[in-house]
Design a protein around this ligand. Structure first.
Ligand code: GLV
Ligand code: GLV
Length: 314
């Protein structure tokens, strides 16, 4: 029987499915598995089901010489040294598609929440500081007729774009590769930052996208614009963002992801014009179950000598 290691408790139905393909061992601790335990756990395992909280680098990969597959329960796979895994003949898989609508909906939740100052208003009520309705109190910005600028044009960006007509937003995008999105305008990243009322990030984290949104990029944005990040924290230079928000170089930001999770830059915590949520974009019961199911299917396929459903190809 092949042996499978799973780094977090997953739904019982998913574990049962994995048990049809091998002996399953699950890390039983409450949070992320400590690195030392992960290193010990992968020894002698044929498959690893990992989460985005584990750094699967050269050292971990070398500790599991028998590994055939690393199935990440996430669409992003910047936590895995894919090149090194491949050099050892290990197949890496992710969970695209099943989370697309969930993340796109969440992106819209953030867009509407930050432009209408929902978290700011909620904080004020909870502090007991609401003095009552007033004509010019806590006014936000409309999205109708404004430009949504998408950075990246993968599945999630496309799903966000598909929902834009419901809110009357025009869509523009900046994509590295030649890509087409009917009804939307293709712009250079600089032009996109210059002209968009909401800038939403949908790029994977790679050496090229690390700190893509730095001081220079933030300074290009309209003072009335909002930045939304549901991609990966390090795509944004958090200290530059705190500076830009403090200087009112943009109107606000909504973040679901952070440079050093679960830490959040202290300067951001002190600002009212930033909405902060704890990496929740794919976090519905339905989607998380579908992600775990897909990861399990990938493991089962590889262990059976079949191609996985969603291999990481880049
Ligand atoms: C979540 O961040 C994911 O990549 O699935
Ligand atoms: C990213 O991988 C996406 O699916 O948009």
């Amino acid at each position: 029987m092949p042996s499978i290691f799973v780094t977090r408790k997953l739904p019982a139905s998913v574990l049962a499915r994995l048990e049809s393909a091998g002996t399953v061992e699950v890390y039983a601790g409450a949070g992320a598995i400590p690195r030392e335990e992960l290193r010990a756990a992968v020894a002698g395992k044929d498959a690893l089901v990992s989460m985005l909280t584990e750094r699967i680098d050269q050292e971990i990969i070398e500790a599991g010489p028998q590994l055939k597959v690393i199935a990440n329960v996430a669409v992003g796979y910047n936590n895995i040294d894919v090149t090194h895994a491949r050099s050892r003949g290990i197949i890496v898989t992710n969970t695209p598609d099943v989370l697309t609508e969930s993340v796109a909906d969440f992106t819209w939740a953030l867009i509407l929440a930050v432009t209408r100052r929902l978290s700011e208003g909620e904080r004020l009520i909870r502090r007991g500081e609401w003095k009552g309705w007033a004509f010019d109190f806590m006014l936000g910005a409309e999205v109708e007729g404004k430009q949504l600028g998408l950075v990246g044009l993968g599945r999630i960006a496309r799903a966000v774009a598909r929902k834009a007509p419901a809110f009357g937003m025009k869509v523009a995008y900046a994509a590295r590769r030649e890509a087409d999105l009917p009804g939307a305008e293709s712009l250079s990243i600089d032009r996109l930052l210059n002209t968009s009322d909401v800038v939403s990030l949908h790029v994977p984290l790679t050496p090229e996208t690390r700190h893509l949104i730095d001081r220079r990029a933030l300074a290009r944005m309209k003072r009335s614009a909002y930045l939304v990040n549901t991609a990966r924290g390090p795509v944004v230079d958090e200290s530059a963002l705190a500076w830009a928000l403090r200087e009112h170089l943009l109107a606000g930001a909504a973040l679901d992801v952070y440079e050093d999770e679960p830490a959040v830059h202290p300067d951001l915590l002190a600002l009212e014009n930033v909405l902060l949520v704890p990496h929740l974009a794919s976090g519905t019961t339905e989607t998380r179950t579908a992600m775990a199911d897909l990861a399990a299917e990938n493991v089962i396929a590889v262990l059976a000598g079949r191609p996985p459903i969603t291999p990481v190809t880049s």
